[in-house]
Write a protein that binds this ligand. Structure first.
Ligand SMILES: [Mg+2]
Length: 256
């Protein structure tokens, strides 16, 4: 049987974030929140009596709450949904005026602004483009990105910015699907989006537990793209036949 598809993780597999730390992520999110206040002011939702701190405080609390829930349930709570929750509760407390005129597009725009500073930090690894270019020459291999990310637009924008978008037959995020890796359902859904089934041989390539354990549970061959440093609370990878590579260019050796 020959390989019909490869599913790549985004963060630390195709793209990297230089010197990542919790502080740097929070800095990006804080800048994103402050920028989103400008849009809320333009839409006459955020009035001059309200402080930026109020949004930061409310948003951080909700994000934390849903993050804990998502760890338990593997459900994804997109950033647009958190904005909606925060603004609705502020409206209930009569701290802001009616928000009926905010539609899905507006919440998505707020989420895009929120992640725009994070997006600037993500850059493709030096080997990413040339590897995708070589893979694109295999006509019968479909390619997909599958990312646990609360904003689908950021992943698409990032791929477009570096001219990588067109290499992929499917781009799936937990934000769009509603569940996170390692839930096997999101892997089956990705296969479907690629025009494949579980009977087709497909590789999953990622840098962590969610990728390789999830791919393994969904019955796929998994490849661990080893990160140069460890995350706190890294989980053990109890996967048989796990292939380990140092960067994604090495995937070419495992195609036959
Ligand atoms: Mg990753």
């Amino acid at each position: 049987m020959s390989i019909k598809g490869i599913i790549f993780d985004y963060g630390f597999t195709l793209f990297h974030f230089d010197n990542p730390s919790v502080e740097r992520y929070y800095e990006c999110f804080k800048n994103g929140l402050l920028k989103s206040v400008e849009l809320l002011k333009k839409k006459r939702i955020w009035n001059d009596k309200l402080t930026d701190e109020l949004l930061i405080q409310r948003f951080s609390k909700k994000r934390e709450q849903y993050w804990r829930e998502s760890r338990k349930t593997k459900k994804e709570f997109p950033t647009s949904f958190i904005y909606k929750e925060v603004l609705e509760s502020l409206q209930e407390e009569n701290l802001i005026d009616k928000i009926d005129h905010l539609d899905e597009v507006a919440y998505e725009k707020l989420a895009e602004i929120y992640h725009s500073f994070e997006q600037k930090e993500w850059k493709p690894f030096p080997q990413t483009k040339e590897t995708l270019e070589k893979l694109s020459k295999y006509e019968d291999i479909k390619l997909a990105v599958l990312s646990n990310h609360p904003n689908h637009t950021m992943i698409e924008n990032s791929l477009k910015e570096y001219n990588l978008f067109t290499y992929f037959d499917a781009i799936v995020t937990s934000a769009k699907f509603g569940k996170r890796k390692p839930d096997p359902e999101i892997f089956y859904y990705t296969l479907e989006q690629m025009g494949l089934t579980i009977n087709n041989e497909c590789l999953v390539c990622g840098d962590e537990y969610a990728d390789v354990v999830g791919g393994d549970r969904a019955g796929m061959q998994t490849i661990l793209c080893e990160r140069k440093y460890k995350f706190p609370f890294e989980r053990e990878l109890d996967v048989q036949d796990l292939i380990r590579i140092d960067d994604i260019s090495e995937i070419l050796k495992h195609l036959d």
